[in-house]
Design a protein. Sequence first.
Length: 135
Amino acid sequence: MFKLIAAGFLIPLGSVFLLAIATEFTNPAASSDSRMATAVGGLILGIPAIGVGGWLAWDWYRDRRRELYRRQRYIRSIFLHLVRDKKGLVAVKDLARSANLSPQEAKAFLDRAARKYNATSQQLVDGETYYQFNF
C-alpha cells in the first residue's frame, strides 16, 4: 500500500515540476537565465520523481499480480483436494469454508471449473449447490 501511495504522490509532483518548465518558457516576461534555471531545476526534480513513482507503481502492480496468482493456485489446490476427498461431489459451502472464500467467490470459481471440466451442477432442496466433477 505504501508503494501505491508514494507513487500517487511522486508522479503528480514530478509532473508539476515538468509543467513549471513549460509555464516558464511560455512566459514572455521571463529572462533567458530564469528559463534556463527553471528548465534545469524542473528536469532535475521532475524526471527522478516521475521515474521513482513509475517504478513504485510498476512494482506494486507486479506484487499484486503475484499475490493474485498465489491465491488462485491456493484455491485450485484446495479445490482439487476437495474433489479427491469427496469423490467428485463438491459443495459451494465446502470450498468457501476450506479456502476461506465468500460463498459468491466460491460459486464463481466452481462455475468456471464446471465449464472447464464439463461438470454438472445441481441445486438441492436445502438451497445448496453441488458440482459433480468426473476426473
